[in-house]
Write a protein that binds this ligand. Structure first.
Ligand code: SF4
Length: 488
């Protein structure tokens, strides 16, 4: 038997389904914070989408019990079911919303997804549901997707009718049914195979979802492997290299690489040396005008807007860290703001920031497009700060570009220009490893806990300190990386 979620795994990679069936013990014990966020968002959005159907009832139970309860609810006259469940000898599926239509005398399926658009994987998901429910004896009319309408702007209470968007996928699914049935047969056969399938790793491990078996499947890959080359390689090239037994970046034939990024990365791995383009670094650094304002924001992007004026998934800038250096070699000053309450932080944060920016200078950030975007949105929300944020954006310097443009390339950056990869190589004394919060995703999710009134004060106080330390390190890291580059 195969369930809908297992078939989705098969669709991503048939080895994923096989491992899930036969080597489940290899799965990590905990789900990643990123995955947990996806689940939480999904459940939350679903609860709002269900409000569209006030007469809907939830089918309780799991597996056979849910199948029986679905039949029972229909027999009792219920015509809108949440989590209706169907099972055949080989298939098992649940439909988020199952609606009877008197005019068509058919059941209609509505899948709820917290994404903002239709994705290919949703079509596979719905095709599987249709096949399973029809095989179980239900006549299916339309198949549809309810997803997040990211144009909705909150004003007062959440309007679930505006928060949601409906798309009919009946025609697309009908075109797919034959292929999906064919794949279901193949997936069923695979679940009876005793041998672990041998497959080539191309691009399937992170798309559409990050596969939890990565640490198992990738264990024999060398540190500098072809999957990590800067800029990435096409599926065809990866396949060709693997056919030739090439998995180490240093073994890639030189004429194989076309982008500047990949050529430089290949060079530093092959010759085990660092490439430093001093004239270009110097040219970039000559653009800096003191005082230097090293700035970093942390943001939270909830699916259901928390405050008026926000759209679904629109970022809330809840924290800033600012290191200020008035002149070369002058004392470094640090300022910070972290909102502890569940309120729109824009005004308090803007006020704090404006107080600290006393003279025109250069703002330095890492991946400035992010900070600039936040500034633009805050300026729109607070017109009285529009000029302040626009001036800041006009004098923003993106320190990451020195690495992205290939002016400094080290093989231990692993083809990345992320501060998390650059910092340990250039400034090993500074490290995220000793912090309780080590990456932006966790910092972002921490804000939901920090502002949750139901959480213990002691837990929140500790989290507050951890969040401050994390954001401070982000700006201090830029200070030290700049110092390193200036010394060159
Ligand atoms: S890690 Fe990649 S190759 Fe291994 S099962 Fe997952 S998707 Fe397939």
């Amino acid at each position: 038997m195969i369930s809908k979620s297992q078939f989705i795994k098969y669709f991503q990679c048939y080895k994923y389904l096989w491992l899930y069936k036969f080597k489940k013990h290899l799965l990590p014990e905990e789900v990643s914070s990123q995955q947990q966020k996806l689940f939480d968002e999904g459940y939350l959005f679903e609860s709002y989408a269900q409000k569209i159907y006030p007469d809907g009832i939830k089918v309780e139970g799991m597996f056979d019990e849910a199948v029986a309860n679905t039949k029972k609810a229909i027999k009792e006259g219920h015509r809108i079911l949440f989590q209706a469940t169907a099972k055949t000898k080989t298939l098992f599926a649940m439909a988020d919303v199952f609606v009877w239509n008197d005019t068509t005398s058919k059941w209609h399926i509505f899948e709820i997804k917290s994404s903002t658009e239709v994705k290919n994987i949703h079509l596979i998901d719905l095709a599987f549901q249709k096949i399973c429910f029809e095989a179980a004896g239900y006549e299916i009319g339309s198949v549809n997707l309810i997803h997040v309408n990211n144009k909705y702007i909150k004003k007062g209470a959440i309007d679930h009718t505006k928060l949601t968007d409906f798309v009919s996928l009946t025609k697309d699914i009908d075109d797919l049914i034959k292929d999906v049935k064919f794949d279901i047969d193949k997936a069923l056969k695979l679940t009876e195979e005793p041998e672990e399938p041998d497959i080539k790793i191309l691009k399937q491990c992170k798309s559409p979802y990050e596969c939890p078996f990565i640490s198992y499947c990738w264990k024999d890959f060398p540190k500098h492997n072809i999957h990590n080359i800067a800029g990435g390689l096409s599926v065809n090239k990866l396949e060709d290299l693997m056919d030739r037994g090439i998995i180490d970046i240093k073994d890639i034939p030189e004429d194989y690489l076309t982008s500047k990024k990949s050529i430089l990365h290949h060079k530093v791995v092959k010759h085990e040396k660092t490439l430093i383009d001093k004239p270009n670094i110097q040219k970039e650094l000559a653009k800096l005008k003191y005082p230097l304002y090293f700035i970093d924001y942390e943001t939270y992007s909830p699916v259901i807007p928390m405050f008026d004026g926000y759209r679904p998934y629109q970022r809330i800038v809840f924290q800033v860290s600012l290191h200020v250096q008035e002149e070369p070699n002058s004392e470094l000053k640090h300022y910070e703001y972290l909102c502890r309450d569940k309120k729109d932080p824009t005004e308090a944060l803007s006020k704090e920031l404006q107080k600290r920016v006393t003279k025109p200078g250069t703002f330095i950030s890492w991946n400035a497009v992010f900070e600039k975007g936040c500034n633009k949105e805050m300026g729109i929300r607070l017109p009285e700060y529009q000029e302040f944020y626009s001036d800041m954006n006009n004098s923003m310097f993106d320190l990451m570009q020195i690495f992205r443009k290939g002016y400094y390339v080290d093989r231990d950056f692993h083809g990345s220009a992320s501060i998390k990869k650059v910092l340990p190589v250039l400034v090993p004394k500074l490290s995220y490893k000793d912090l309780n919060i080590q990456e932006g995703g966790t910092a972002s999710e921490s804000w939901a806990i920090l502002t949750d009134q139901k959480k213990e004060q002691q837990e929140k106080d500790k989290l507050y300190t951890d969040m401050l330390k994390y954001c401070e390190l982000d700006t201090l890291a830029m200070v030290e990386i700049l110092k390193f580059l200036q010394k060159l």
